[in-house]
Design a protein around this ligand. Structure first.
Ligand SMILES: [Ca+2]
Ligand SMILES: [Ca+2]
Ligand SMILES: [Ca+2]
Ligand SMILES: [Ca+2]
Length: 499
């Protein structure tokens, strides 16, 4: 290398170093003031003596075309493949003049008055381990480094450095790099529909809850389409709301519906059965559910059928009862009427001389038989008129008293009574007829044999009524030229009711 080219090289190095440090000079000027030229000269001297390799490395690292350029205060480390801080205090022994102490900083250095510099400086750069300066190995050892509590921060003046922070960070007044809140400073590029979320060294654009990112836009999620609600769903921007059908209540979690137990509120007048989504009322026997589905009203059983009771139906709340007319009692089936046999129960006023005769719906007291003259009594129910007695001529030979009862409205024709000759004479024949009491022509006699006949009810008869029929049996014997008759005086008690 000839002297000329060596000088040229030195010049280039000197200019390059100035380029490297020059812009820092402004910031540091307040502390490390001095003629620029002297600085330049020191730089040249420094270069020519000790730090050739480092400077060449530095120069190479800022050469364009290497693919990596580092910002001021940093140099590209090929092995680490990244920009690393340049320790100006090491490579520039005269970085600070006089009593000023050089303190390396991340991306720059500080010149501090010796008196102020009694504390380790811990540049708090993100991701950087705590650094303690000065380093005893670099020849700038300071004897007094009291181990003060960390809370006592160094009191050196805040000095601006030109060191830049990595993308997303900004240099604060205390020299640290603070994260830029792009969201706060409105320097983000989030879509108006998106929400900006600041992160360390950056930010993200996101959608708020209820929205999702479609084509770069935050669009409302239609939760209803995705079955968020069990029953009813209403989509709203950013949210949704579920509701339930009648009979259901929304679960506290807001999506599922569960059955309401309506029975707890006792909506039914009688029994309540809870069902899924509803409830059912039922009524006790004898009541029916009204159209409102909850109230129970008495069932009028009597209106169902007129045949429910034999006599009369009486409705009652929840039930009904049958009643019978006087002289009857309600049979054990609860509906039929049974005659009270007053003669058996003793519930009669007949005297001891009288004979109690029971019939349907009543009774009567029959007086002792008194045969009308010229009849004489031959038994307790038969009178006779003697043939020897002239007064008995043309009169029936005997009168037999009989009693029977008959239901009102009995279906006709009905055989109701039989009569028969008890004594038979050879050659005699008999004629049976109704002699009296059949003015209404309700009865007739039907002969059933030579010696017998039946009384037939031919027309409906209505009670209460007492019918007295004289049934005559005429005996004719042409051989001996005899004609005589006997009477059965039949008293028929026709009841007031058809039972
Ligand atoms: Ca929605
Ligand atoms: Ca229910
Ligand atoms: Ca009833
Ligand atoms: Ca009776």
């Amino acid at each position: 290398m000839n002297p000329g080219s060596a000088l040229a090289s030195r010049r280039i190095v000197g200019v390059a170093l100035r380029a490297l440090l020059g812009r820092r000079g402004g910031d540091l000027g307040r502390v490390s003031s001095g003629p620029k030229r002297a600085e330049d000269m020191r730089g040249v001297r420094f270069c020519s003596s000790r730090m050739w390799p480092a400077l060449i490395f530095t120069l190479l690292s800022i050469q364009p075309g290497h693919g990596q350029t580092c910002t001021e205060g940093f140099a590209y480390d090929r092995r680490a493949r990244q920009c690393i801080d340049v320790d100006e205090c090491r490579i520039l022994p005269d970085a600070c003049r006089g009593d000023m102490r050089c303190v390396n900083q991340y991306g720059g250095y500080l010149c501090l008055p010796q008196g102020l510099y009694s504390q380790p400086i811990r540049p708090d750069y993100p991701g950087q381990v705590e650094q303690v300066f000065p380093d005893a190995s670099d020849g700038y050892s300071d004897t007094a480094l009291p181990d003060r509590p960390r809370s006592a921060e160094p009191s050196y003046p805040i000095i601006r450095t030109s060191a830049q922070c990595i993308l997303g960070y900004a240099l604060a007044e205390d020299g640290t790099c603070n994260d830029i809140d792009e969201c706060e400073t409105n320097s983000h590029h989030c879509n108006p529909t998106q929400v900006c979320i600041n992160t360390a060294g950056g930010y993200t654009c996101s959608c708020t809850e209820g929205y999702w990112l479609i084509g770069g836009q935050c669009q409302d999620i239609d939760e209803c389409r995705y079955g968020y609600c069990q029953q009813l769903c209403a989509n709203v921007p950013g949210s949704y709301s579920c509701s339930c059908n009648r009979g259901f209540i929304l679960d506290p979690e807001g999506r599922a519906c569960r059955d309401v137990n309506e029975c707890l509120d006792q909506p039914c007048s009688h029994s309540c059965f809870n069902t899924y989504g509803s409830f059912m009322c039922s009524c006790e026997e004898g009541f029916e559910l009204t159209s409102d589905g909850t109230s129970c009203i008495d069932l009028d059983e009597c209106s169902f059928s007129e045949f429910l009771c034999q006599h009369r139906c009486v409705n009652a709340p929840g039930s009904f009862s049958c009643i019978c007319p006087p002289g009857y009692y309600v049979y054990e089936d609860g509906r039929s009427c049974e005659d009270i046999n007053e003669c058996d129960t003793g519930n009669n006023t007949c005297t001891t001389e009288q004979v109690c005769f029971n019939f349907q719906g009543g009774h009567t007291c029959l007086n002792p038989l008194q045969c009308p003259p010229p009849y004489i009594e031959v038994s307790d129910n038969q009178c006779m008129c003697s043939a020897e007695n002239p007064a008995c001529r043309d009169k029936p030979f005997t009168i037999l008293y009989r009693h029977m009862d008959l239901s009102s409205g009995r279906i006709v024709p009905a055989d109701i009574f039989q009569m028969q000759a008890t004594t038979r004479y050879p050659g005699a024949f008999y004629i049976f007829q109704i002699k009296s009491g059949n003015e209404g022509r309700e009865f007739y006699m039907r002969q059933t044999s030579n010696v017998s006949a039946t009384l037939v009810l031919s027309r409906p008869i209505k009670g209460p009524r007492e019918v007295v029929l004289d049934l005559e049996m005429v005996t004719i014997n042409n051989v001996i030229n005899f004609r005589g008759s006997s009477i059965i005086r039949l008293t028929i008690f026709v009841s007031a009711h058809p039972f």
